[in-house]
Design a protein around this ligand. Sequence first.
Ligand SMILES: Cc1ncc(COP(=O)(O)O)c(C=O)c1O
Length: 382
Amino acid sequence: MRIYLDNAATTPLDPEVFEAMKPFMLEDFGNPSSTHAHGRKVRAAIESARKKVAELLNCTTGEIIFTSGGTEADNAILVSAINTYKVKTVISSPIEHHAVEHTLGVLAKQGLIKLQLVNLDDKGHVDLSHLRSLLKENNSALVSLMHANNEVGNLLDLERVSGLCEEYGAYFHSDTVQTVGHYRHDLQKAKVHGLTAAAHKFHGPKGTGLMFIRKDKKIQPFVHGGAQERSMRGGTENVYGIIGLAKALEIAYRDMDEHIRYVRGLKARMIEKLKEQIPGILFNGDSENLDKSLYTVLNVSMPESEESDMLLFNLDLQGISASGGSACSSGATQGSHVLNALYPESKRGAVRFSFSKYNKPEDIDVAVKVLAELYKIPAQLG
Ligand SMILES: Cc1ncc(COP(=O)(O)O)c(C=O)c1O
């Protein structure tokens, strides 16, 4: 039996979610834009999914726009907010997901924005006093900072950063793809203007996500076409995806406390066992800090190991699926931009383990044992 410890890349679909989606794959196939009964039934289902999501995130239905996932949502908010508000300067960090980093990189290359990167402290957290000074120097900037880093798990204080952005009149976008469905977002408290989610990160289906656009900070559409999603995102809706997203979020909120307690316990177990069995193990970013990093992610480096690719390969051979960095680049040869930014002098290879409610404590024990065994055979590490 293989062990899956790559839940930050994607999570298995919850069977309850699948049951909710099934009727919309088979019987209820109408196009929600059709005005006949087939269409109206599906339209009603989409709107009730939107209502559910809005209730859970504590916002209004008009502020939720369904998308094809996190990448589209990040692109849409960044490009459209920059256009709508004639933003000249964007403040971001060197450890954003590529959906943000590459989007901003392209805009900067085209000369459309000036990109300023905020300093990070020695654990990889955003230096808030530097952020304040950047905001002071740049009027009406756009700030894009992720809520939780997908590689090392570092968490950002969304309420504090949104307060700072408000103070300096900045538009605040946060990539919350790793935290929606894992933490209770209250969008009346955290005054972020645009945030993003992807259902497959919380046991929903792939290819479906959302963006929240605060009603007093509206932006122009990004995907042009039909009048779907209140003309904010053209294209026939991914109906069963949307139904699955709402169901997955409902389950996540229903079981949130127990879920956090359980998964956090798995992470704590792995930290303890790794320290016990692999002396000199390093925890990347602030991954070891249970309060300041995602409870679903643990990012480690083997002492003096420069061969993370071989290590991952060997773990894979031993039946353990983990990742070397972000999912999107785990098959690529170039190193992680996050670890490069955090440890520019080091060639340390990293392994990201990420957990879900479907993992068992024994999965952790087996993974640590395999890692310890692999580590004791340097020849296998190249
Ligand atoms: C932080 C973060 N942002 C954005 C994305 C992209 O989401 P999607 O794969 O749904 O496009 C991911 C997925 O890995 C992510 O972890």
